[in-house]
Write a new protein. Sequence first.
Length: 306
Amino acid sequence: MKKVLLLLIFFATGYSLFAQDEAIFTHYHVAPILVNPASAGFYDNHQFLANARAQWTGFADSPKTYSAAYNGPVGNTFGLGLTILSESAAQLNRFRGQLNYAFRFSIKEDVKLAAGFSTEFQRMSVDNEVAGSNFFQAGDDLLDDLLDGRGVFDASLGIFGTYRENTFFGLTFTNLVRSRLDDIAQNGGNQSFFQYYIFLVGHKFEIDGANFSLEPSMQIRDIRLAPFQVDFNLKAGFLDETLIAGLSYHTLGDLGILLGAKLSTFNLYYSYDVSFRRFQQFNMGSHEITLLFNLKKKAKNIDRGY
């Protein structure tokens, strides 16, 4: 009976994970493009990203996420990005394609700002073997839709900026389409259009003469079908950030460690998370790995004829 209850709880949890896709990543403080479309091309680098996350390892059919992304500058003011994501949890599967657009500008010499938005298409489905399960009930509209594959569109808006290079901040309003449709269906459209958000802020302290940096950051997120959460992160860089180490604490009761290394234009990050909640006894924690390749934008040579 306990296994059946755990299966039902896990299925419900897995479905909620699919709804709150902005929350599945923990490497947002090393790759803001994971949560904020306005950061596309912000640092004048062409960035290629590969990310993999294994949630609750050791538990059967636990969530696994794989994503590949590109973002970079177009001219001096625009940024573009493309993300492809594949995720599975129990018998649930999701494919997502996302386009990011950003407009960059400077308010003052010390303040750089970008505004952006993303459009995306998601296709969610369940394995055909679900129809043969003892829990399957014919005529369930939700399962029938997922067996055929259900496609949905969504969008988000973001602001991202820096102050004197070392201070960064971002605000993303997520699930603008889906949350509005839910609101109209349930409440007649009375709630705010920007009810779901992710706020990120941090600052890098350079320790003079020690070749060492310390970067505290915080993320506040209130997103669709997920509990409110605050993350506190502390990242340390050694030898011009050739080596990275960090800690993260999530107010829902999770603690994570971060390790990273930089080799020329490649950056590699790995994190391991454990939970203080009861479900931790049924799994061996979560793993996430991110590989970044940064290519500097080439400066154009102008031939003036002399």
